[in-house]
Structure formats: structure tokens, C-alpha cells
Design a protein around this ligand. Structure first.
Ligand code: UDP
Length: 407
């Protein structure tokens, strides 16, 4: 595997991957999450699982089943964990726990290390008959200011795991188990991120009626309120008072996200038929189209108000784009403010930075180049793989005593 990434990823990381994988050959790893398509977790697992396999580590990816009530409850848990003030009552808990109890009857946890992703399957730790010290909980949401009651409930399960992984230090929590900080990553060779010919990019923009002769501002995101698509429209309208430009809001839904249709309707209402605002509702496998839209962008935005990580920021920086991002969650770990893009706190702030980038194209290009190098060093899948291999070694040998350690 590492050979494919030679000349792209840092050489030191590739040697570490080889050395660490050699000691794990023949071992088994299992991931469990709540959707195979849509959102960052599915995006990451779809790339990581075959890479583990190619290193000789038997790897399985299981997805829990749930009905509409379960996903309604887990979506409000997700919102609450990111700080929303939602009601989470006894009945909600019962719907959640009952669904996981049912899943535990069908799910076979039999690898050497099991990684459970996010809140949806977290309570499996209570129902599955498996050595908890070899169970890892990986959090992908913005836990900087969680709703106390929902986090109180969830943390009782998390405390039973052998180890927890968070994306950035701000999300770490008081827990009686070791915590590890590992940021996510992108695969530079995936359909979403591979190099494209100019004609391929133009084919996609023409298909959607986007004019490449005029500047294009792009935000790619599930239609979710924390991604603040209405704030993006507000910023765009302020910018358009001075610049002739277009806005693309490209998004989709995820199987475990029941709110997206409603948010999409609000976005259509906010755009109010503006012919320069392109609202694209894409299927979950539209990787080529997203790649082309990110490459067609003059500036990429990710104006989230809460954000687990925001893979779309790294995706855009890898494509050499300056990024204007909300100063929330994992975004400040990616955007070096004023160097690879700008961190913003409001629609007005976003408009101010967008105006600057649209009127200083040379500076925008330099920022984009720095962003690509920042991603190469820190956010490629090879580094992520190395960190997971370290976790596997650590779990199989018994975790260190210290409560938080950095990889
Ligand atoms: N994405 C996609 N289609 C969409 C919207 C998003 O393929 O319509 C991808 C996006 O390119 C990124 C991932 O889904 O790879 C979203 O991850 P991120 O961390 O930005 O946000 P999340 O959805 O996990 O909150």
C-alpha cells in the first residue's frame, strides 16, 4: 500500500506505516457506525477499511440498523452533543437503548480491536459480550460544549470503553479512560480528491449551468443547520453588492440524518430563486462531481457554527483553494488563519474575507498553495492510518495510564 502514496505523502509517515503494520499482520480490526453512505464517518471508513486490508490486517465494517424513531432520537442526541438545547426524555432513552439491544443480538464483535464510531452505536458496549478493554470509542462530533444531560447519559457508556479518540484537544472530556487525539484525513487518490483535467471540471460546471468565467464560491455540506447554509447565503448577498459572482451550495443527505429535507427546503426559501445561487442536492456517490465543484471554486467556504472536523475544508485545501471557515470545532485545526484561509465568526465576517480573496487573486493562490502543503503534512490518510496502527498496538498491549496523550 504505502508505495501507491510515494511522492505524495511524507516519506517518514510511509515508513512508520510499514513498520507498525508488520507487527499487526494477521490481527483483526472491526469498525461499527450508523451509516454506510453520507457524511464524514462513512467517507473515512470507505477509504480506511481497504487500506487496513492491504496491510494484512483483516478489517470488517458493520453498520447498525435503526428505524425512523431511532434516527430521530440519535439526530437530537447529535445536536445536543454539539450544544443544542434539546429535550431528551425517558422515552427517547428507551427507543435508543432498545434499538442497540436488538442490534447486539445480530452483531458479531469478534475482532482483536473494535472501534465504535459516534453516539448512535455507543451503548453497544453495554449489550455486547466482548472484552471492553479492546473496545475503542471514536467521537466525530464537536464536543466542545455538549448539552450536560445528553453527554451525562452518553459518557456513562463511553467510560466503559478501553480508550476514546477525539479529533482535537477542545473535545477531550473528563473521563476515567485514556483519551487519544487523532484528527481525520482525506485520501488524495480517491475519486473525491484525485487530480482532474480542466475539461472534466468544465463538463461538470456546464452540466449544472455554472459559469466558470465568473468567480464561484462553493460550500459542500450535508443540509444541516450547524453548517449554516443560510449564513452562507447572507454572506454571498453582501459580497454580490460589489462583485459579480456565483454561489454553489452542494449537499446531500445521510441515511442517519432525518432533518436534511427540512433544512434543504429552508435553503431554497432563503435563495429565493436567485439564478446565481446553485443549490445542488447530490446523491451520496457524487464524488467526481464534488471533486470538480471544489476545483472549480474560486474560494471554498465552510461556515459551520459547530463542526466535528469538517473534512470539506481539508478537501478544498488539498485542491489548492483558500478556505473561509467558521471558527468552530475542528475547523481551526485545519485553517491557519490568514495563511491558508480565514476563520470567521459571522456572515458579515465571512463576506469581508470573501471580498478580500475575490479582489486579491494572487494572494488567494498563495494561500491555496500553503493549504495544500499543510494538508500533505498533516491530514492525509497515511498519517491517519499510522495513528490507528499505534492505537491498535497500544490497545493490544494494554493502554498507558496517562489520561490524554497525543499521537
Ligand atoms: N459530502 C458528500 N456529498 C455531499 C455532502 C458532503 O460526498 O452532498 C462529503 C464531503 O465531501 C465530505 C463529507 O461528506 O467528505 C462530509 O464530511 P464533514 O466532516 O465535512 O462533515 P459531516 O457531514 O461529517 O458533518
Amino acid at each position: 500500500m504505502p508505495d501507491t502514496y510515494r511522492g505524495i505523502a511524507p516519506e517518514s509517515v510511509l515508513s512508520e506505516v510499514e513498520a507498525l503494520a508488520a507487527g499487526l499482520r494477521g490481527h483483526a480490526l472491526q469498525h461499527v457506525n450508523s451509516t454506510r453512505k453520507g457524511g464524514g464517518v462513512a467517507e473515512l471508513l470507505a477509504r480506511l477499511v481497504p487500506m487496513f486490508e492491504s496491510l494484512g490486517i483483516r478489517t470488517r465494517w458493520d453498520v447498525i440498523d435503526g428505524n425512523g424513531d431511532f434516527y430521530d432520537v440519535t439526530k437530537s442526541m447529535h445536536n445536543a452533543l454539539q450544544g443544542a438545547d434539546v429535550e431528551f426524555n425517558y422515552e427517547d432513552r428507551e427507543i435508543y437503548l432498545e434499538c442497540l439491544r436488538e442490534n447486539s443480538k445480530k452483531l458479531r464483535l469478534d475482532a482483536d480491536v473494535v472501534v465504535i464510531h459516534d453516539a448512535q452505536p455507543a451503548y453497544l458496549v453495554d449489550f455486547c459480550d466482548f472484552d471492553r478493554s479492546r473496545m475503542v470509542w471514536r467521537c466525530h462530533v464537536d464536543l466542545a460544549q455538549p448539552n450536560a444531560s445528553v453527554w451525562g447519559f452518553l459518557s456513562r457508556a463511553v467510560s466503559k470503553y478501553g480508550l476514546a479518540i477525539f479529533h482535537v484537544p477542545q473535545f477531550a472530556q473528563p473521563l476515567p479512560i485514556p483519551q487519544v487525539l487523532i484528527p481525520p484525513s482525506i485520501d488524495p487518490l480517491s475519486e473525491k480528491n484525485r487530480e482532474l483535467e480542466e475539461e472534466q471540471i468544465t463538463e461538470v460546471t456546464e452540466r449544472f449551468g455554472i459559469d466558470r468565467a465568473r468567480p464561484v464560491v462553493v460550500q459542500v455540506s450535508r443540509f444541516d443547520r450547524f453548517k449554516d447554509p443560510l449564513g452562507v447565503i447572507r454572506a454571498f448577498r453582501l459580497v454580490r453588492q460589489n462583485f459579480d459572482c456565483q454561489l454553489v451550495l452542494a449537499g446531500g443527505t445521510a441515511d442517519d440524518d432525518p432533518e436534511s429535507a427540512q433544512v434543504l427546503a429552508e435553503v431554497h426559501e432563503g435563495a429565493d430563486g436567485d439564478p446565481d445561487i446553485f443549490i445542488l442536492s447530490l446523491p451520496p456517490d457524487a464524488d467526481f462531481e464534488i471533486n470538480a465543484l471544489q476545483r472549480a471554486a474560486t474560494v471554498v467556504m465552510q461556515k459551520s457554527t459547530r463542526e466535528g472536523f469538517g473534512l470539506t475544508v481539508t478537501e478544498a485545501m488539498w485542491k489548492g483553494k483558500p478556505v473561509v471557515g467558521g471558527a468552530a470545532g475542528g475547523i481551526p485545526a485545519q485553517i491557519i488563519d490568514r495563511s491558508t484561509g480565514f476563520l470567521v465568526h459571522s456572515a458579515e465576517g465571512a463576506a469581508f474575507r470573501l471580498r478580500y480573496l475575490l479582489s486579491h487573486p494572487k494572494h488567494a493562490t498563495r494561500m491555496g498553495k500553503r493549504g495544500r502543503e499543510h494538508v500533505r503534512r498533516n491530514f492525509l490518510i497515511t498519517r491517519h492510518l499510522r495513528d490507528y496502527l499505534l492505537v491498535m498496538h497500544s490497545v493490544l498491549r494494554g493502554c498507558p495510564e496517562s489520561p490524554i496523550w497525543l499521537l
